[in-house]
Design a protein around this ligand. Structure first.
Ligand code: ATP
Ligand code: MG
Length: 303
């Protein structure tokens, strides 16, 4: 059993971190921040810097508190559904704070998972084998927690792994589809802040396309395999396919995994270019700070 406990986190601590993030955005540098990990969307930051007590993941600031209520409630709702389906989630809290300059910022706070308890670490230390307990646990997690309409991101770096138990730590971007196949993505209005206005419909379409790759159990498990490449765990690809295929009617195919990975390596740089474009325009033409750290999730650099 893990003993993850979320420490008390005050609003003033979150505002202290927020000020550092604002500086980092301005300087385009992570100096002065304690980074635990990069995803494609968010950064896991430790606070306080010298002796971190918790991890915080920040949402895009918004002028009105109401704009953040939907996305924050969606996280709580998603977490409740995972728990109801028998999955484990790292203890967490959703928080909303107002900055002295006006905008509201949403945060997800969590305990710090030590590196040796990250599921990702297991792939580096253990021999790749089919039916490895971690692969079976991820498979069970997806089979019980994903539905045909959820877009569950169950890639290995999204979990902690302690004493044979799997804990989901990535809960900040819940997504799914309704009965008419429309995307339900509560973070969309926040993401929209990051791209030029005329490109927002294109962003919505691209988001729906990307998230449809995670829709349902078969897709969710396929993406787990695809993203093994992202963490250079290529040797785990075939054992994972074998393990996952035991429970799937339609098997995951290696060539589909390879195609999706190739596509992914092209798509993400395109999205990042779009963000950089908007940052340049916002900072130089509108003279407004860009409220996001654009990072290369592979190298961890601010770009
Ligand atoms: N509580 C934590 N303790 C230690 N490391 C963490 C923690 N949360 C996240 N990390 C590290 O940071 C990485 C990115 O975090 P996370 O997966 O939540 O972001 P993300 O993939 O961008 O999320 P999302 O797609 O929901 O925005 C994780 O894969 C993990 O390595
Ligand atoms: Mg993640």
């Amino acid at each position: 059993m893990s003993n993850y406990v979320l420490p008390e986190v005050s609003d003033s601590e979150l505002l202290g971190l927020e000020a550092k993030i604002q500086e980092a955005q301005k300087r385009r540098s992570l100096d002065g921040l304690k980074v635990y990990g990069f995803g494609e969307v968010s950064i896991a930051l430790g606070w306080p810097i010298d002796q971190p007590r918790f991890v915080a993941k920040r949402m895009i600031p918004m002028p009105k508190a109401a704009s953040l209520e939907g996305p924050l409630q969606a996280i709580d709702h998603f977490a409740d559904e995972i728990l109801a389906a028998g999955g484990k989630i790292l203890p967490y809290q959703t928080r909303l704070v107002q900055r002295p300059d006006g905008p509201y910022v949403g945060y997800l706070v969590q305990p710090i998972v030590p590196a040796d308890e990250l599921a990702e670490t297991v792939l580096k230390t253990d021999q790749p084998t089919p039916s490895h307990p971690l692969l079976i646990a991820v498979r069970d997690f997806v089979m019980s927690c994903a539905t045909k309409d959820t877009a569950l991101d169950a890639q290995i770096p999204n979990f902690a792994w302690v004493d044979g138990e799997l804990w989901l730590l990535d809960i900040s971007s819940p997504a799914g589809f309704d009965a008419d196949d429309n995307l339900i993505y509560p973070n969309m209005p926040l993401a929209n802040k990051l791209v030029p206005f005329p490109l927002r419909p294109a962003l919505a379409k691209a988001s729906a396309d990307v998230l449809s790759l995670y829709r349902g159990r078969h897709n969710a498990l396929t993406q787990v395999v695809v993203f093994l490449h992202r963490i250079k765990a290529d040797a785990w690809v075939e054992p994972a396919i074998e393990t996952f295929n035991e429970v799937l009617h339609k098997p995951i195919e290696l060539n589909v995994v390879n195609e999706r990975w190739q596509q992914n390596t092209k798509d993400f740089p395109k999205i990042k270019k779009l963000l950089q474009l908007q940052r340049g325009w916002q900072e130089t033409v509108r003279r407004k700070p860009y409220e996001y750290l654009i990072t290369d999730s592979f190298t961890g650099e601010v770009i």
